[in-house]
Structures are given as C-alpha cells and as structure tokens.
Design a protein around this ligand. Structure first.
Ligand code: 3PG
Length: 398
C-alpha cells in the first residue's frame, strides 16, 4: 500500500518510521545520506498538510536512554534540509512526546527520541513489542513505513505498529525494493557481486544464495581472510572467523561445481598494527607474515577486481575492501568505487559502510544506478529472505 491509500492527510497525525541511524563523530554527522533519503516522503507529507511525527532508532542502545545515542543531533540537519524548524521530543512515548505531538501544526514535523531507548522496541517477546507499538500508535492516526534499513527487523515500530494504524510504504521503501529487485529478479548478465566488510557471518547467507545466481563473486575486506585461511594460507593477525572455515571451503567447492567464478585477493596491504599511521606494505596474498594484519586489498587485486567488474551488466557491491576510514588503507575501496562509478552496467551499492564509503570518499551519488540505505536489509532482500517490515504492509489488518 502506498501513501495514496491513506486518503486525505491534512491535519492527520502521521507517524513515519524512518532510518535516521547515521554515523556520528560525537554529535557531528559524518554522513547524512540516510537523512536525505528520508526527504521525499517527509516533503510529500508536509505538502499534504499532515502533522508529521518521525520515529527512528540510532545505534544499538539496550532499551534505556544513553546520551551518545540521542537523535538530537539529527534534528538540526533534518530541519536544514526540510527548510523548517523541526520539533524534538526528549522521550519517545512519554510526556515530552505527547506534548510535542499535541502542539504540532499542519505541515510541521517533529522527531521523537530514539525508539531503542524503550525495551519494547527490540524485545524478543511479542507481547512487549505490541504494548510498545500501542503506545506509539496512540500518538498518530496513520503510519508510513519508510525506514528501509530496518525492514528486516521484526521490531515494534517496524512490524507491530503497522497492524495498529492504517499503514503504507513510503517513497524510500518503494524505491529501494524496486531498485533491488532488478538485481534479484533475473539480473542482466554477467552478474557480478562484490562483497567485503569485516563480518563474514553476516554475508554467508547471501553468498549461499548467490552461488546459484551470480556469474562472479569477488571477495575483499576483512571477510576475505577466512577464505584465505580455508585455502591454507597464513593470515597473520588479520580478522578471521575460524568457526566458518569449513562453510567457506564448502562454498568454494560449490562455486567451482556451479561454474561461479569466486575471486579472492591476490595481494594484500598489511600493517604491524591497526592504526591510521601504521606503515603499509604490500605482500602476495599467500605470503602474509604471521605478525602483521591485513588492512586492504592490494593494487594487483584492485586491478583484477576492476577487470572482473568492467564488463558486468549488473553489479551489486556490499562492504568495504579495507579499513577505508584510514586514508592509507582506503585505496582498495576507492578503486572498487571508481570502477563501479564508470561501469556501464546497472550498479547497486548496498548500504551501510559501503554507501557511506562511496560518499565520504567523494563520489557523486549519481554515478551509481542505486545506492541503498540498507545494509542488512539489502543483503537479506538479495538473499531472497522474507522481510517482516515489507510483508506486514502487504497484508490486510482490521
Ligand atoms: C543499519 O544500520 O543497518 C540499520 O539502521 C539497522 O540497524 P540495526 O542493524 O542496529 O538494526
């Protein structure tokens, strides 16, 4: 259901679940991509004269307030982008929220404090989530689900809330699903997937499902060392998930059997310690010294990945190739972003760190076909999993 299905919105209190989980350095926003991505829905509701109540999480607080996870820093930036002063409630469903919502005029926007300051938001207990969702529902007349980055989470503001009010998908959620389905539903070939990032456990499901679909899977970043270990190489002090070595070995065999090209780094940038000014050395991927750690893919790998991406008709990229936050170790991620930005095919950057990397490294967003706001959400969509926050919008609720 789209926003149109909600009917006349003037004077209506609309709760909008956004994903304003932006990276912060103290209280400074280092990448405002997710705030900008929320604008189409918010602007549309403002223009329709709705009273817009934005709800979001930030970080992973444990069900109680924690100053460093306050949404306060986001409010000023949202106001600048919307061109109006945005009100802020210092709680989520308490007296401040009620007061702010009661004072909201038509066409004005308020942000409530971090949803995850309330244990009910992420509780495993459905009754607790429902109780919190009911408190949220009492603040609005309609619900718009637009936090694409959290649609894979069965959480109160994403799932239960959608059953309590007339609910619709926002512009961002609709756009994301449409763009990502071009990758999942019969992608044009060659279909190349580039995976990186630190946590291999988060990517196993997607590799598993892509072994039957992709033509090539390129693996970089911290997760590559578990593959190198599975091949019998020394990985020194690099990130390693020893519990996944057998799974990875099985994937490598399956890739070969299925005719999927699984491309691993052939050289690696290493350093004696994890720091921005650590001295960088390039070594062959099978010649890592035991006392150093891998920080980035090497130049030969960057060139090889470039070749493997250049002729792709569809490319999906998730996860940085190295520690891009440190300039010395950002070259591999920059090289992949560069080749994607000039590739003629349909290019999708899947969420989280890789999307932030593309922007903070200075690439214009328009050079890519789609930059997703969802990290885990885009991976689960590609993986073919059911996304609770989407399927709940497709059902009818009394
Ligand atoms: C994200 O950063 O991927 C989303 O905001 C979801 O956050 P979560 O992984 O803490 O649920």
């Amino acid at each position: 259901k789209t926003i149109d299905s909600l009917g006349e919105l003037r004077g209506t209190r609309v709760l909008v679940r956004a994903d304003l989980n932006v990276p912060l350095d103290g209280t400074t926003i280092t990448d405002d991509g997710r705030i900008r991505a929320a604008l189409p829905t918010l602007t549309r509701l403002v223009e329709a004269g709705a009273r817009v109540i934005v709800i979001s999480h930030l970080g992973r607080p444990k069900g109680a307030p924690e100053a460093k996870y306050s949404l306060q820093p986001v409010v000023g930036r949202l106001g600048e982008l919307l061109g109006q002063e945005v009100a802020f409630a210092t709680d989520t469903v308490g007296s401040s929220a009620q007061e702010v919502v009661a004072g909201l005029e038509d066409g004005r926007v308020a942000v409530l404090e971090n949803l995850r300051f309330n244990a009910g938001e992420t509780s495993k207990d459905e009754a607790e989530r429902s109780a919190f969702a009911a408190q949220l529902a009492a603040l609005g007349d309609a619900f718009v689900s637009d936090g694409f980055g959290v649609v894979h989470r069965k959480q109160a503001s994403v799932y239960e809330l959608a059953t309590l009010l007339p609910a619709a998908a926002g512009e961002l959620v609709l756009g994301e699903v449409e763009s990502l389905r071009k990758v999942t539903d019969q992608p044009e070939r060659p279909f190349v997937v580039v995976l990186g990032g630190a946590k291999i456990a988060d990517k196993l499901g997607v590799i598993d499902s892509l072994l039957g679909k992709a033509d090539r899977i390129l693996i970089g970043g911290g997760m590559a060392y578990t593959f190198q270990k599975a091949k019998g190489h020394e990985v020194g002090q690099s990130l390693l998930d020893a519990s996944k070595i057998d799974v990875v070995r099985e994937y490598m065999e399956r890739a070969e059997a299925n005719g999927v090209e699984l491309v691993l780094p052939i050289d690696t940038v290493i350093a004696p310690e994890f720091s921005a000014d650590a001295p960088a050395t390039v070594v062959a991927a099978d010649a890592m010294p035991a006392d150093q750690e891998g920080m980035d893919i090497g130049p030969e790998t960057a060139r090889l990945f470039g070749e493997k991406i250049a002729d792709a008709a569809t490319v999906f990229w998730n996860g940085p190739m190295g520690v891009f936050e440190f300039e010395t170790f950002a070259k591999g991620t920059t090289a992949v972003a560069e080749v994607l930005s000039t590739a003629p095919g349909y290019t999708v950057v899947g969420g989280g760190d890789s999307a932030a990397a593309v922007r903070t490294l200075g690439f214009d967003e328009s050079l890519f076909s789609h930059i997703s706001t969802g990290g885990g959400a885009s991976l689960e969509l590609i993986e073919g999993k059911d996304l609770p926050g989407i399927s709940i919008l497709e059902e009818d609720h009394a």
